[in-house]
Ligand binder design. Sequence first.
Ligand code: ADP
Length: 297
Amino acid sequence: MIAVVGSLNLDLVVPVPQHPVPGETVLGGDIAQHPGGKGANQAVAAARLGGNVAFVGRVGEDDAAGVMLDAVREEGVDTAHITRTPDVATGRALIAVDPAGENTIIVSPGANARLDAADCEAAAGLLRKAAVTVLQQEVPDEANHAAARLAGGIVLYNPAPAVAGAVPPPHVDVLVPNRTELAALTGTPVPETIDDVVAAARKLTGAGAVIVTLGGDGVLLLEGASHLHIPAFTVRPVDTTAAGDSFCGALAVTLAEGRTLEQAARWACAAAAISTTRAGAQPSLARRDEVDAFLAG
Ligand code: ADP
């Protein structure tokens, strides 16, 4: 079983002719709403790939809570440890997209910010028996640290989004940053070359292994003294939203099945590559049969 401890956000997306500057009002197009949040995306990614997934999180008592709970439940995710919290809104992301596809995003964490150590302790039985526990940075450090401490299996930590001052748990088995998040964790400039990535990743001493996702350049896997660059699969990307979430969900599924880090990282690259060929976050996430067919060529 895979435990995902993290955020659930309802994404509200509005097309705009141009982004407003402070003090300005712009008229946008029709609003669309989609289930999102890194926790929910990674849980759906893992469930769609055949993982048995349980979620630890918080929503409010508003309509958005129902939308988010239905979205993860429909994918087969166990929601018994998602707590409804009175007097606070469900997390939302307000996303404006201009004609060039550039986003500005405001995240209102709402109930996600209330997730705490006690919530993780209430889910201790689940966390202890999970083969993999998956964490990100859209809930308080306190919750992540408690979950990592209680986890009986592999702890997979995705330090996303890069939040200034966020502190990963002291011991993580697999740390999965992208280039920007690696720079935020190590206080170095965003690494450009593979050598720069290796040098920065070596500074992360609290993790058993580090997998740096490099977009169209694939991933860099660092385990002990050795490192391995795994190139990305060649696809025609149309929307890379949630590529990292797709990768983390897939990695959790394959690690829970007992594959090696290298095998898991290669398989997760395939799942993530497929997700870049389709629009949206959760709609773009691959099913297991699609990954198998993709790898069979
Ligand atoms: P994030 O979305 O967190 O920034 P990345 O952009 O690094 O994450 O993407 C995660 C993974 O998705 C990459 O390691 C790679 O395997 C896959 N991926 C992303 N962009 C592409 C691409 N253009 N072509 C093929 N695979 C991609």
